[in-house]
Design a protein around this ligand. Sequence first.
Ligand code: GYE
Length: 347
Amino acid sequence: MKISGTKDHKNGRDRKRQYRQAVFGTAVFLMALMLTACMSEKREASETEDAAQETMVIGFSQLGNESDWRIANTESMEDTFTEEAGYELLMDDARQSQEKQIAAIRNFILREVDYIVLAPVVVSGWEEVLAEARDAGVPLIVMDRRVETEDDSLYTAWVGSDMKAEGERAVQWLEEYLKEQGREEEEISIVHIQGSLNSSAQLGRTAGLDEGLAAHRNWKLAARECGEFTQAKAYEVMRDILKVTRKVDVVYCENDNEAFGVMEALDEAGLTYGKDGDVILISFDATEAGLTACMEGLINLNVECNPLHGPRVEKIISMLEAGETPPKESYVEETVFEPEMLTEELI
Ligand code: GYE
């Protein structure tokens, strides 16, 4: 199977290389005329040229900085694509704006980077700019969240988590947990704090819960609000929900930062939560802070979502450089955590 962009990209890189070589060759010729005696300078220039050719330039459009997960994800990219490893990482923080991400991709194309890595803020609206990257011959790797396109030749590969499976794991756990407590017939009032709307993380985790709601007639959706994956926004929406109802059996938070915001609001309202509390708290990500809260019994279930994609992206790039075809989609294996499973060493 032909990998989109790869061949053109190789041609593009070859052209760039030929161009550089031509420029370099002319420079060396002139130098030789002017400084025929100065052989050492020529040698130095040649070494510099070799080093320049070896550096691979990666344009990385990161969607923002909203959560602990995101920070860990950015750090993983920075730790992988280092100068010592032969890379120049050009990172652009789009601050949750798709427009900014599109502008960043266009800028990377203009700068003739070798690869583009995109962590997309939303699933839709990418066709045009992805086609521009493909037509320019720059391979584009989608990381973490997904893009929805009919034409999957618009990107080279994707690596990330199965967010719907994460939601399903949470729902399955809740089902079993309620059964253990003899509450399978009881009316269960669920508050749902969603992540940033139209992101594949939100869509997948929401779809998982929706399936659970459809399958259990006694599960009732008491409220559904967007917490934007942040502690501050989740606190705000949860505080407002608690002004309307205090009958809350479960809060389904789509990430750890939201869970912390929800805890603040529950604390203020005098409601208890977690292992020994009244409200069952479910969260996603399993960041260090999230797992610690889970170990302490404040979060009943933390569904893992692994942010350390740097080495995975690098593996895809290495395969492309070697002329191999990386898998179009790579899913990361993940699990779930309950308080009893966690120790400080594990975290
Ligand atoms: O769960 C959330 C982050 O896309 C999986 O984005 C990622 C999500 C993650 O901000 O914390």
